[in-house]
Design a protein around this ligand. Structure first.
Ligand code: 2HG
Ligand code: ZN
Length: 490
């Protein structure tokens, strides 16, 4: 690991924007409003920003030059990956001061070492391209999420992404072995190691993971690979109790020698939304159950077929009355169809209307209780409000989204009730010892709630780290680090 000496403080450029345009050329610089427009609005279409220009550097040296020029002129930089943040973490502020920085031209896979089980990818690399490269080398990068076709490595690192396969191999943090990043003074942190052990003090790599671009720009990452999964078994389960789902998880873990990688929950009304809005989907079970689970177990070539042990364990669970019904995909196409039902959940909800979104976690064993009691409380306080809780039950993380009463004007309802709903849900999750942001980060939309509930010591430490590394506050300002308490945003 090598941290280059801090960049010399540069005198402020008289015309920094023109200098950057010249340095980056037409492929790397645009201030054309139409070209910039799609990148100035968040995925949910609720938060708009403006920017002076969109910069698309092709090398780490260009990124360093951009940061040096911006630091000298005190111009804010907003790094952006696939722009699928759920918390508007990559949208610049409406004042139009910032430079939007996209690393989509830096999309090379720099190296892949099967002997080390390490792949080095540039920040603009798309997650599905990393999956393909690992697979071509008989390996696997074991993190996945619905936006895998657009999410970039830089964005995944900067948000410490989770997704649908965290159960066995953890979130992005546990898969990043090293990073290359441009720090807020323009110096390059060259920490692209493949080391499994490295105790040289504070872990900059882990500081940058989940920093949401507030401590620098991630330009490349060394990623841990695992052996390819030669076989997988994908099941869809119908049952009426979320607590039974958790009991099933523990049974499956021992029955399948801990090969369960996915344990996702979808409520009946969530499945209804998917079937209504996503073309080509169909219900996998004949009955309608209060809850559905998507379960995947994988095994290397040398191990027993995970489908057999999964099938036996599910049959026993039906026999014991733990679950109502289950089906195991008989082909890759059927497996993909089951996955599609889960991965389309967010899109189906978005098509149906707006929601107060909450990305919460509690201890896995408390999640069933939390979902039931929080739902009762929300319905008691907000007549007709419809809770849609889905997601990563096996990780103790659900998206506890709350929609307007049926037939109501959902945008008007959200504007009048959303903040109060959010405060209630976050108060309940905090009282349960949980987190108000399990995997989506803080961004802009959770900032006020983080200020209210983040806790004095945590917030003071975050602010101290931020001001030590970014004293002029140029890196992604207005995200993650709350300045002062304010009202909640739904
Ligand atoms: C998911 O798990 C995503 O599908 C999106 O994290 C969650 O839309 C959401 O609330
Ligand atoms: Zn999720």
């Amino acid at each position: 690991m090598l941290v280059y000496a801090p960049a010399m403080t540069m005198p402020a450029d008289k015309n920094p924007i023109a200098s950057l345009a010249e340095r980056l050329g037409p492929r790397g610089f645009t201030d054309d409003p139409d070209t910039m427009a799609p990148w100035l609005i968040d995925w949910r279409g609720r938060i708009n920003g403006r920017a002076r220009a969109l910069l698309s550097p092709a090398t780490v040296d260009e990124v360093a030059d951009i940061v040096r020029v911006a630091a000298a002129a005190r111009i804010p930089i907003v790094p952006q990956g696939g722009n699928t943040s759920m918390v508007a973490g990559a949208v610049p502020s409406p004042d139009g001061d910032a430079l939007l920085l996209s690393l989509r031209r830096m999309r090379a896979i720099r190296s892949l070492s099967p002997a080390d089980n390490v792949l080095v990818a540039e920040a603009g690399c798309i997650l599905s391209d990393v999956h393909d490269a690992a697979e071509a080398a008989a390996r696997r990068f074991p993190l996945s999420l619905a936006a895998k076709g657009s999410a970039t490595i830089g964005g995944l690192v900067s948000t410490n992404a989770g997704g649908t396969q965290v159960l066995r191999f953890g979130t992005m943090r546990s898969l990043v072995l090293g990073l290359e990043a441009v720090l807020p003074d323009g110096s390059v942190f060259d920490g692209l190691t493949a080391l499994r052990k490295d105790n040289r003090g504070y872990d900059l790599r882990q500081l940058l993971c989940g920093a949401e671009g507030t401590l620098g720009v991630v330009t490349a990452a060394s990623l841990r690979l695992v052996p390819a999964a030669a076989r997988r078994a994908v099941a869809w389960v119908g049952l009426d109790s979320a607590q039974n789902a958790l009991d099933l998880l523990r049974k499956l873990e021992s029955a399948t020698a801990e090969s369960v990688e996915t344990f996702e929950i979808v409520p009946a009304d969530g499945l209804d939304l998917v079937l209504r809005h996503i073309p080509g989907t169909r219900a996998p079970l004949s009955g309608r159950y209060r809850w559905n689970l998507l379960v995947e177990a994988t095994a290397p070539a040398s191990a027993a077929d995970p489908g057999e042990s999964l099938g036996e364990a599910l049959a026993e669970a039906i026999e014991a009355g733990l679950i109502g019904d289950a089906t195991i995909a008989a082909s890759e196409t059927q497996a993909e169809d089951l996955w599609r039902l889960r991965e389309s959940m967010s899109e189906a909800e978005r098509i149906d209307g707006v929601a107060a979104k909450h990305d919460v976690s509690v201890a896995v064993s408390h999640m069933a209780d939390f979902m039931a009691s929080a739902r009762t409380e929300v319905e008691r306080r907000f007549a007709g409000a419809r809770v849609l809780a889905f997601g990563h039950l096996g990780d103790g993380n659900v998206h506890f989204n709350v929609r307007a009463p049926a037939g109501a004007d959902d945008r008007a309802w959200l504007a009048s009730e959303g903040a109060a709903v959010t405060e209630l849900v976050h108060d309940l999750v905090t009282a349960a010892g949980g987190s108000i942001s399990a995997e989506h980060g803080i961004g802009q939309t959770k900032l006020a709630e983080f200020a209210r509930l983040g806790g004095t010591a945590r917030l003071a430490a975050l602010r101290a780290i931020k001001s030590a590394l970014d004293p002029h506050g140029i890196m992604n300002p207005g995200k993650l680090i709350p300045l002062a308490p304010a009202r909640a945003a739904p």
